[in-house]
Design a protein around this ligand. Structure first.
Ligand code: CAA
Length: 283
């Protein structure tokens, strides 16, 4: 299918990043959120990131303006009637995502593909609330979206071959590399990443080393761009806990048990960078 128009639902960090790369690749984009201020913040983030590209000489001022003009901010979901592809990037709560998918299924043209940026929720279950399960697929971008190369593509049980091929092509067209996986808890990225982060939190909890030592060992010894505790702060400790719970419940094994220290920090409201404090403090 020929995709030219994309609607991104949710203008948070991920939604804004997805709208940015799609508009930069030439797609006409609607960036939708129920909160007006969230849409404004999302656009500000995109503008700031594009301005940095202009400063570095990687983009002209004219290109920046053209990219921004291709993005229509909205709090209304009805422009979905104009698009061939929706990418949903709202909060990781299954009941909210299901409600949105039901609504999208009613309003979107029959040929429209409904993709979700979920990092761990089951695609097959989400697809089942629609009358077009063959057109539902996972499109898991990594954070920060403009920088990271990967999009993990998750095929639900009923995802059609043509839909997968379209999404693979769209992913490549926005300059990313698609890698396909099947629909199991945490997919591949978070099934491997989050237990590593959880284990790093256990080593801190058990007093094996300081947070700086744990991060330093993984950075300098394993060539990771940031240590696991810093990365947890960037992802958000609430999101880390949520994904560990999905793994623990979905796979059943004790090795996925969330570290009590992670739970304690989340209960304290220490959610990482976004709340100003996680394993580290941010001003
Ligand atoms: N948005 C846009 N661009 C950004 C950015 C952001 N939030 N943060 C950094 N950048 C850009 C910078 O502008 C810079 O661009 P240029 O190379 O064009 O100059 C580039 O990224 C490098 O930035 P810095 O030099 O400032 O900093 P750095 O070298 O430390 O890199 C980083 C920053 C790319 C974030 C790097 O630390 C990194 O790769 N960290 C790990 C990221 C990661 O693991 N992401 C996956 C998270 S897990 C996930 O997303 C899945 C999930 O479901 C939980």
């Amino acid at each position: 299918m020929n995709v030219q128009n994309i609607m991104v639902i949710g203008a948070g960090q991920m939604g804004a990043g997805i709208a940015h790369v799609c508009a930069a690749a030439g797609y006409r984009v609607w960036l939708q959120d129920i909160q007006e201020e969230q849409v404004t913040r999302g656009l500000e983030t995109i503008t700031r990131n594009l301005a940095r590209q202009v400063e570095k000489g990687r983009l002209t001022e004219e290109e920046k303006v053209n990219i921004l003009q291709r993005i229509t901010p909205t709090t209304d979901i009805s422009p979905v009637k104009n698009v061939e592809l929706v990418i949903e990037a709202v909060i990781e709560k299954m009941d909210i995502k299901k409600a949105i998918f039901r609504q999208l299924d009613e309003l979107a043209p029959l040929h429209t593909i409904l993709a979700t940026n979920t990092s761990s929720l089951p695609i097959t279950e989400l697809a089942a609330v629609t009358k077009r399960p063959e057109k539902v697929i996972g499109m898991h971008f990594m954070n920060p979206v403009p920088v990271m190369q990967l999009v993990e593509i998750i095929r639900g049980l009923q995802t059609g071959d043509a839909v997968y091929e379209t999404i693979e092509a769209v992913t490549k067209s926005v300059g990313k590399t698609p890698i396909v996986v099947h629909d199991f808890p945490g997919f591949v990225s978070n099934r491997i990443l989050l237990p590593m982060i959880n284990e790093a939190i256990y080593t801190l909890y058990e007093g094996v080393a300081t947070k700086e030592a744990i991060d330093g060992i993984m950075k300098l010894g394993m060539n990771h761009p940031m240590g696991p505790l810093t990365l947890a702060d960037f992802i958000g400790l609430d999101t880390c806990l949520y994904i560990m719970e999905v793994l623990h419940e979905g796979l059943g094994d004790d090795k996925y048990r969330p570290c009590p220290l992670l739970r304690k920090y989340v209960h304290a409201g220490w959610l990482g960078k976004k709340s100003g404090r996680g394993f580290y403090e941010y001003s």
